[in-house]
Design a protein around this ligand. Structure first.
Ligand code: CP
Length: 313
């Protein structure tokens, strides 16, 4: 794999053009608050009321969007496909399991092949850190790479949709206390959502990480990191649960077992009793009901989970 520097400033100069517009979307780190606000405003303009037909546009007519998911996905992949179709793009969903990747073709040769077929945008999810930026360094000018989930490093569109959902439900994030609970160490969602919140000046961000799931604090400047859910949720306006990323955890010896996890870290009405009376609950999905979140809470009036999915498109 020819991954080169993943220095934040290198990646940002790759994704942001000299005129300040976005060439690629690789990471939230380094994006200005102004640019993030403009993306969120533009996304809001495409949100029809739930009982109205979807909004369509010809903004991408004549363009081709290729979805390349080298890791499983339901929400992100479906969102990119639907969004591209609603913007009148041609859409290619490469079935990785039956593609020539299985015969050993490299990811770059896969990209070059689709480039020759005049794909303009590549939406990429990969288990390896650095892949979206590596591809962005190799494609022709005018081609865009959108990071749809990169190892445990980055999931920028999830960060954007999470904060869009918070804003639409509760207003300016500068007035909000947000708590994220669960497997922070292995969560690309936590990193990207925290980066959007930090850039927009969130009131307070608390991260509650069980043993074995505590992150490197340098990834989360300004956040309060602790182990106690009752402290983390105190007077919080929004609490977001994360799935345990079993597929990324190498050392499982420190992890709490399922019963201890449910007792100490599950989001349910009881564990939220000290949160703000109007607390809203989020989860990026996929959920493990009955583990990190109680099913009734996920389906109840506090939940913004369906809105997250809708706003993701
Ligand atoms: N939140 C998220 O990335 O979900 P998927 O893995 O289903 O895309």
């Amino acid at each position: 794999m020819t991954t080169t520097s993943n220095n934040d400033s290198d990646i940002n100069s790759l994704q942001v053009a000299d005129d300040g517009s976005l060439r690629h979307l690789l990471t939230i780190d380094g994006l200005s608050a102004e640019l993030i606000r403009s993306i969120l405003e533009r996304a809001s303009a495409f949100l029809a009321p739930p009982d109205q037909p979807v909004i369509r546009s010809s903004a991408l007519a004549g363009r081709t969007v290729a979805n390349l998911f080298f890791e499983p996905s339901t929400r992100t992949r479906a969102s990119f496909e639907l969004a591209a179709k609603r913007l009148a793009a041609d859409v290619l969903n490469l079935d990785v399991s039956t593609s020539s990747r299985i015969k050993g073709e490299s990811i770059l040769d896969t990209i070059y092949t689709l480039e020759a077929m005049q794909a303009d945008v590549f939406v990429v999810r990969d288990a390896e850190a650095g892949v979206p930026a590596m591809i962005a360094r190799h494609v022709r000018p005018g081609i865009s790479i959108l990071n749809a989930g990169e190892s445990s490093v980055s999931h920028p569109t999830q960060g954007l949709l999470d904060v869009l959902t918070m804003q639409r439900s509760l207003g300016d994030v500068r007035q909000l206390t947000v708590c994220i609970v669960g497997d922070i160490a292995h969560s690309r969602v936590a990193r990207s959502t925290a980066a959007v919140l930090r850039t927009l000046g969130v009131g307070e961000l608390r991260l509650v990480a069980p043993p074995g799931m505590k992150p490197d604090a340098t990834w989360f400047p300004d956040a309060i990191i602790g182990e106690s859910l009752s402290e983390g949720v105190k007077n919080a306006d929004i609490v977001m649960a994360l799935r345990i990323q079993h597929e990324r955890i190498k050392n499982k010896s420190e992890l709490p077992g399922p019963d201890a996890y449910i007792r100490h870290y599950q989001l349910n009405e009881e564990s939220l009793s000290e949160a703000n009376a109007n607390v809203k609950v989020m989860h990026p999905g996929p959920m493990n009901r009955g583990i990190e979140i109680d099913g009734a809470l996920a389906d109840g009036p506090r939940s913004l989970i369906t809105e997250q999915v809708r706003n993701g498109v």
